[in-house]
Design a protein around this ligand. Structure first.
Ligand code: NDP
Length: 279
């Protein structure tokens, strides 16, 4: 499954949407200078510029207090030029991430992490949903992978990837199993999957023998190893899978494209062009 090609098409659609809306504003906040976060933020801004989104890159020092960050988030909440707002995670240890996530105005929360958005997804009336889970679903949709009644297995239960992916698959009428670090006999579970989504952050966790012939495999993992960027799934799995995403070039580019689409959605919600379910 070619994430680069689909992401490029989505970016083209987003550019047309931005032009039709007149302007779309996205603000990102990075606290500290974590090199991986810095790279993600730069990619998000590059992609925003390409589609005409007005993106503001706010950088705060690593020693910023929780109070200072909350005050800053509040300013952006009240700034009419900001449609979408995201605070890059992880945050430094003096800051409680859950408190900051709750401080972001839900209608601007393009990462879909605010309890209102997470709750709406749980209730089956989704508002903002994170870009990575949406990217996984968009790839499955693009390749017309049948989900209704399918056995879907998700490895990973993070709030950012595993849980929202599981809820989206459930909403698409798949029969969903969620695996995690305490799962006994992980391989036996993954072998049951018609559709397998792996987001564990462990290079090569899923081996060739852990997947059945003809399965569809989405590898969300992005692991920096001495041999370069590696997914959570052994590339040899592609010999058995009917479809599989490569790393890089699979879910990664989709995440950026769907973030841009989420910024457009935030602008539509805020202008009353689309009903916001969490309002
Ligand atoms: P987290 O570390 O937050 O969560 C990892 C999950 O995997 C946890 O639920 C954990 O279980 C589970 N897990 C860890 N080890 C095992 C194991 N040996 N067997 C079974 N389950 C295991 O990571 P994220 O969800 O944030 O990210 C997952 C991966 O996806 C990472 O490689 C990350 O870099 C990548 N990623 C890629 C993106 C993209 O755009 N392509 C975007 C976001 C993430 P437990 O809950 O029990 O600890």
């Amino acid at each position: 499954m070619d994430g680069r090609a689909l992401a490029e098409r989505i970016r083209g659609e987003v550019a047309a949407d931005v032009a039709a809306l007149g302007r779309v504003g996205l603000a990102t906040v990075l606290v500290g200078d974590d090199p991986a976060s810095d790279l993600y933020i730069r990619r998000k801004h590059e992609a925003s510029r390409e589609v005409g989104i007005e993106a503001r890159d706010h950088r705060l020092p690593a020693e910023t207090s929780q109070q200072e960050l909350l005050r800053f988030v509040d300013e952006l909440n009240h700034d009419d030029a900001v449609d979408g707002l995201l605070v890059q995670l992880p945050l430094p240890p003096q800051i409680d991430e859950a408190v900051v996530i709750r401080a972001v105005e839900p209608v601007k929360d393009v990462d879909g992490l605010h309890p209102v958005n997470a709750g709406q997804l749980y209730l089956g009336r989704a508002g903002h949903v994170g870009a990575t889970p949406l990217g996984v679903m968009a790839l499955l949709g693009e390749y017309r992978v049948p989900l209704e009644g399918a056995r879907a297995v998700v490895v990973g239960r993070s709030d950012i990837v595993g849980k929202p992916v599981a809820l989206l698959l459930l909403a698409a009428n798949a029969t969903v199993t969620v695996c995690h670090s305490r799962t006994v006999e992980l391989g036996a579970r993954t072998r049951e999957a018609d559709v397998l989504v792996v987001a564990a952050g462990r290079a090569g966790l899923v081996a060739r023998e852990d997947v059945r012939d003809g399965a569809v495999v989405v590898d969300v993992g992005m692991n920096r190893t001495p041999d370069g960027l590696r997914g959570d799934v052994d590339p040899a799995v592609s010999e058995r899978a009917a479809l599989m995403t490569p790393v890089p070039g699979g879910v990664g580019p989709m995440t950026i494209a769907l973030l841009l689409q989420n910024a457009v959605r935030a602008a539509r919600y805020r202008r009353g062009l689309l009903a916001y379910p969490g309002g």
